[in-house]
Structure formats: structure tokens, C-alpha cells
Write a new protein. Sequence first.
Lengths: 414, 208
Amino acid sequence: MQTFEYAPGLVPPRAKTTDGDDPLHGELLKLNMGPQHPATHGVLRIKVELDGETIVRIEPEVGYLHRGKEKTCESLGWRKFFVHTDRLDYVQPLMNNIGYALALEALGGVKVPERAQIIRVLLCEMSRIGSHLIYLATTGIDLGAITMFFFCFKQRETLYELLDAYTGHRMNNTYVRIGGVYADVDERVQDAIEAWIDQFPAAVDEFEKMLTGNRIWYDRNYRIGAITKEEALAWSLNGPNLRGAGVELDLRKAQPYSGYERYEFEVAVGTVGDCYDRYLVRVEEMRQSARIVKQALKLLKETKGAEFLAEDRRYVLPPKDLVRSSMEELIHQFKIVTDMALPKGCAYHGIESSKGELGFFVASDGTSTPLRCHIRAPGLMNVQAIPMVSMGRLFSDMVSLIGSLDFVMGEVDR
Amino acid sequence: MVIVKRKELSLLERLYVPEIARGLSITFRKMFEKKITRQYPEEPLPKTEVTRGQPRLVVKDDGNIACVSCGLCEAACPAYAITIDGGETDRPIEREPKRFDIDMLRCILCGFCEEACPKDAIFMSDELELADYSREMLVYDMEKLKRPAAAMRKRIEYVHKINDRWRSAPRPPMLADQHGAHGHAPSASTAGSHASSPTAAAQKPHAG
Ligand code: SF4
Ligand code: SF4
């Protein structure tokens, strides 16, 4: 097959047709995919120019879901911005909460209690499973495997019910606070999570049985959109896309946060870096996440009754009973809600989200108005790789490519 | 590190037809499994005390709301959904809201108002459905927001339970010192305040 070098804006020379019946007279077909195309997983617009069915020019256009989140942080203040982090990558709201909280804690120098860290790890891994389930479901349905959609959503439904039982919401949970989490995971929820996670590996086996050796899935993913190690690093890919290309980089291992060094798990790495590898890596990550969830549940049992929110009167709301009885605590309550300031300086914290390195850079001038909050969205880097992987390929491969790069536009556009 | 195993399709899998038969066998097996679909509006989802529905003002047993129009919930609301105008009252709490509106179309049910309120006046109910004929009707005023404490008891108790932290555990030294210096007896100040009706009990010394 003919391949083209990627050069933005450059239309490669077209193979001249000798066929006099060519209705296009050698012109390229310009096509708009999105922003409302179901296979673009959000409001991504992709401008493609096709020579027959081969992509010769491609330009992804982002920004249709831009809501100015970073600027919003500056006007809302640190505390209230938590609800906006939910709405970045909306298939894993709690993970975004945690990333943001970790950045604020790094700047404020807050020590998070052990139990809060365990709960955070638990929530992170459950979010990761939820996000990968969405990947499997939507990519499956895009490639014609409608059954996958139902199988994955059955699992995801249970997962959301568990989150509902813990946080009171299915999505947009907002249950993480600076210094810990808002509420403890009680035993009833722990047992429900345990029951679910016990049957989950069998469900993953079933997904694999459906897809891994499925010829349609195989033909549409195998050796499609291969990314080499060097390319992946040069394009700053991250998460399963990078690991699929054979680079072993997982922030949970490389720079552990929230006590990830205590958990036993493996980093899944691919060899070829095609869509098929990325799929296998995500499936393996679900298994590993299930392992971590089990270990976290065990640790939760061991630390029963311990603190889940730090004792820090600068950023953490005092307990309500003290607010009612003590003037000083009441003042703290008012101060934190209306006028919480972080110390002067800046901090960056990256976590391994299901899409890659999700980082928050926060800068404060010492007042309660944030100076800057920058979000490093892993999805943006993954969107940038679309031209590189799809250049010179058939147009129908676009669907598997977009699916396998796995981004959520809420986070890309933010 | 675990390197994922790539599969090479066997001849049988390449042939495709046996695979269809295998796929169909899964389909047939699934037909006899328990159905998990829920008929949502007819079959409502379970609501527990954890459910965070729309915020409501709690009417205490004496018929008043505890709100002193301090405006903390207004300040905590990330969606700017709450509007409060305060005024004076003859009741011992001295101030009460003259106007308390929550724009339910703006409210994102985050629960920050509940977390911020120092008077236990506002709580998240389990009411989630929201539909009406005009935008104006969805801006709830004080009368629409009021709910008797009895209807919200479970939620109130749950929120108090979350906030129970530090009570059972020995109090950290910093806090104990502070209280010592101000002459409070930390355990006595809260003991028994949640015996039966947390809101009513907690408000009693002030509201009478
Ligand atoms: S509901 Fe609570 S926080 Fe809001 S004004 Fe009334 S007392 Fe203050
Ligand atoms: S629940 Fe959140 S958005 Fe709704 S009124 Fe309370 S603070 Fe505002």
C-alpha cells in the first residue's frame, strides 16, 4: 500500500488516472467528519481529503466543546472548581477530582491520611475500569460489535450503581476534597464492590472471548495504525497508547502517588503499537485494576475507622459538631468556604488517568483568587496523533483509529 | 511489566462460519440469564440517604427553618444558583431570610451548600425529577424549598454521621489545646446532640 509522509497542509502528488471516466477529474474528495459524528466520540471535527478511499490529507479540529475551564477556575476559586474537574473527562469524574486535589495538596503542603489514600486508589481504579469499559463498548459498537456495547454497559451499570451508593450520584460525583475524601466508604458499599470485582475478571474473559479472536475485530484492528516507540514519544502520546507502542511508562510505577507503591500490579505493554495492541493493553489494565481494587478493599478493612480527611484548618472544613459549638471553628468554616487561599507559589501534579498523564498545574499568588490553573489533558496529545496514524490509510480505518486512541472531548477542549 | 499476548488467528477462526455458530451460542445462553434492564419511569431507581437530590430547607419541629441568612451556602455554590436576601426577626436567632431562591435549572446537586451551612438548615433531599412548564417555575422560592425535618431525617442523620469524624477518635493535640485555651470541654459540647432529632437538638440552645 502507498504511504505518505506526514506534512501538514501538503497534498501529496496524486497518482494520475488514465481512466477518462473519472468523474472527479483527478480532484480530491473533501469530507467533513464530525463534529456531530457518532464515531468521533464527542464533538471532534476531522477534515479529510480522500483520494478514492485513501486519506491524503487530514486535519483534526478541536474546540467545539471549549467551556473555558481553566479561566473558570480563576473566577470561581480553588474549592468550587472541584465540580468543574468532574466535567473534564466525564467518564472518570472521580479520577479528575483526585488529580486536582493532589495538585492543590502539593501546593498547600497537606498530608493526606492513609485511609483517604486507600479510598482514592480504590476510586481511581474503579474509574479506570469504567473508562476502559466505555472504550470497549463504543469502539465495539463503531466496528459493528453491538453485543460488546451491551456486555460492557452491563458491567458499567453495576459500577455506576456502586459509585451511586458511595457518592449519591452516578456521574459528576464531586466527592474528593483537599486532604482526603468527603465521606468514608462504609461496609455495605465495600461488600457490594467486592461482590462486583469478584465476578469482573470473568466478565473481562468474556469480552476477550468475544473480540480477541473475532475475525472482524481482528481484521479491523490488527496492524492498523501502528505507532513505533520513537513516534509515540515524539508525539508525546501517553497512557495505553504509549504503552501499546512498547514504552513502559506508567506514573503509578514511575512516580507513585497516593501510596501506589504498596500495591502489586503489572504494567501492560504492547509490542507493535497498532490498534490491536492498544486494545489488548486496555483489557489487561482492567484485569490489573481489578487486582488493585481487591488489595485496596483489603487495606480498607484493615484501617477501619481511621481518618479519611486531613486535620488541617487552612483547607479542610471543620467537623460540623465543632462548628456548632465553637466560635473559632465557625470562623474557620466561613474562612474556608468564602476565602480559601493557597500559599504563594506553584505546583504540578500528574496522575495516571485512564487516558494517560492527567496533570494539574496550579499557581497561586497567596490570595484566594487562583492565579492560574492549567490542565494537562492526555486526550489532547492523543488527538494530535490522529494525522500521523491515519495518513495514507483507508478512510474506513479512521473509525478504529479514533476509537483506539480513546479520548474524551470534554477533556481535550476543556 | 507484562507484555500483552497477541493472538494469531487459527484456521478455524479464519473460516468465520464456525465463529458465527460460537457467537450465536453465547447469544442463546444469554437469553436465559436474568434480565437487568430497568423500566425507569415506571420502576424508579432505589433512593437512599446517600442520594444527593435537590437541596431543601429543613423545617424544624417548631415550624421554623433554622436558616439565619448567613449567605455561606450562596458563597459555596459553584453554580451561583442560590439568592438570599436577609432580614431581621423577633425570633431568638435574630436573622432570617426574607427571600431564599434556588434556581433548580442552575443547581448541579453538588451538595456544597449542605456541607457549608453552619446551622444545619439546608440538606439534599432525594427528590431528583425536575420538570415544569416554564423556567420561572423552576426557580424555587422559600415556600417551595421547605420540607419537614421528619421527611429528611435519614439524610440529616447520614450527614451527621459523615461529620462524626474526630469524635470517636482521640482529638488531635492541636485541637485539644485550642479548646483547652478557650475553656471548652470538647466532649461535653457535643455529647448527646444527636440523640433523637439532630437538627432540633442542635438548634435548641439558640432557637428555643
Ligand atoms: S441555609 Fe445555612 S448557609 Fe445558607 S444562609 Fe441559611 S444558615 Fe446560612
Ligand atoms: S447543590 Fe450545589 S449547585 Fe445546588 S444549590 Fe447547593 S451548592 Fe448550589
